[in-house]
Design a protein around this ligand. Structure first.
Ligand SMILES: NC(=O)c1ccc[n+]([C@@H]2O[C@H](COP(=O)([O-])OP(=O)(O)OC[C@H]3O[C@@H](n4cnc5c(N)ncnc54)[C@H](O)[C@@H]3O)[C@@H](O)[C@H]2O)c1
Length: 316
């Protein structure tokens, strides 16, 4: 079977992982990589036997490339994703997809107009334990969903990004809350601020509420001396807890505590395999451009809520 020709734009810490996995997957062939930093582009290209480019405009002319991962700095994601879509390539754009919703909407329109796949790097959705939680909520195995609490905290990142902790980090949990509840939150209240970052917020507490009274609480910061990435979901009959780092899942009720085991899987590998499969089989990806846009809208509303010190209603 012919392999899907792929490329990566932005080969820093994360893009390098995309390149490695595309080279490892049986169904994809890494044709090229592009980075504004020529040395980085060359080094990753050499490591994974691909062509190196410093200009994505030139790289996108290569007709062997059918799909592209965009892993640049967050402020460059939308620009590079738009170029790739305009060049007729399917796109996986890393989160937060864009720095504002106007840019994200343009990506959706362009993908739609050109009949291309557009998906967003909400990697957590590929962790088996999270899929179990979603399934348990949908089938009411833990009773009625009451609330969910996410904690995504760590020390000051080595590479400080070009967006704050809400669009960089909490956006994962915003997407997760929509994913596990299967519903859209109707309002957001947040408190965010900056202790060390000059330009952006480096801590945020976000509360999402849903029509029927359930709620979600997200704590994220770059001020905690250790890294924690957890989710606790409270149902009327049981709770489920997930550690995203170890992928361990616990189910606890008044009668018993269970720890179902799943083999550890690299979520990025599952994500990129899914992206490639969707293109080949012409199927809709589990995460659409609309999911990215929705998460970004909620992130913007959270920042607005914090600035105005009041809850912000979310449009359906
Ligand atoms: N889904 C996840 O779990 C996850 C994890 C880590 C990072 N990310 C996302 O991946 C993106 C990259 O993060 P990182 O940690 O690798 O950053 P990084 O700074 O290590 O790498 C970014 C690279 O992009 C290059 N670059 C910037 N603009 C460019 C352009 N216009 N054309 C070509 N190259 C360009 C830079 O030279 C750099 O090498 C960010 O948007 C981040 O949010 C997602």
């Amino acid at each position: 079977m012919k392999k899907l020709g792929v490329a990566v734009i932005g080969t820093g810490f994360w893009g390098k992982n995309h390149a490695r996995i595309y080279q490892e997957l049986e169904s994809t062939e890494l044709i090229a990589v592009c980075d504004a930093n020529a040395e980085r582009a060359k080094s990753v290209a050499n490591q994974f036997s691909a062509k190196a480019y410093t200009s994505s405009t030139r790289m996108l002319k290569n007709t062997e490339i059918e799909a592209v991962s965009v892993c640049t700095w967050s402020t460059m994601l939308a620009k590079e994703a738009l170029k790739a879509l305009k060049a007729g390539k399917h796109v996986l754009v890393e989160k937060p997809m864009a720095t504002n919703t106007r840019q994200a909407e343009k990506l959706l329109e362009t993908a739609d107009k050109n009949g291309l796949h557009l998906t967003v790097g909400f990697l957590m959705r590929f962790i088996p334990g999270l899929q179990q939680i979603r399934e348990a909520v949908a089938s009411k195995k833990i009773g009625e969903l009451v609330c969910a609490t996410a904690k995504r905290v760590s020390q000051w990142p080595e590479r400080i990004g070009d967006v704050g902790v809400v669009k960089d980090t909490a956006i994962h949990d915003i997407d997760i809350m929509r994913y596990i509840s299967g519903e859209e939150p109707c309002s957001v209240y947040a408190k965010a601020g900056s202790m060390r970052h000059r330009k952006f917020e480096d801590y945020a507490q976000i509360m999402l509420t849903f029509e029927d009274g359930k709620s979600a609480f997200i704590e994220s910061n770059w001020l905690t001396p250790y890294k924690t990435r957890t989710l606790t979901v409270t149902g009327s009959d049981a709770i489920m807890r997930l550690d995203y780092i170890t992928q361990e899942l616990w189910v606890e009720s008044a009668e018993k505590n269970l720890q179902p085991r799943y083999p550890f899987q690299e979520p990025l590998k599952l994500e990129l395999q899914h992206f490639a499969d969707c293109i080949t089989k012409k199927e809709k990806p589990v995460i659409t451009g609309a999911d990215g846009l929705r998460a970004l809208k909620i992130a913007e509303a959270a920042l607005q809520s914090s600035a105005k010190n009041r809850a912000v209603k979310l449009k359906p």
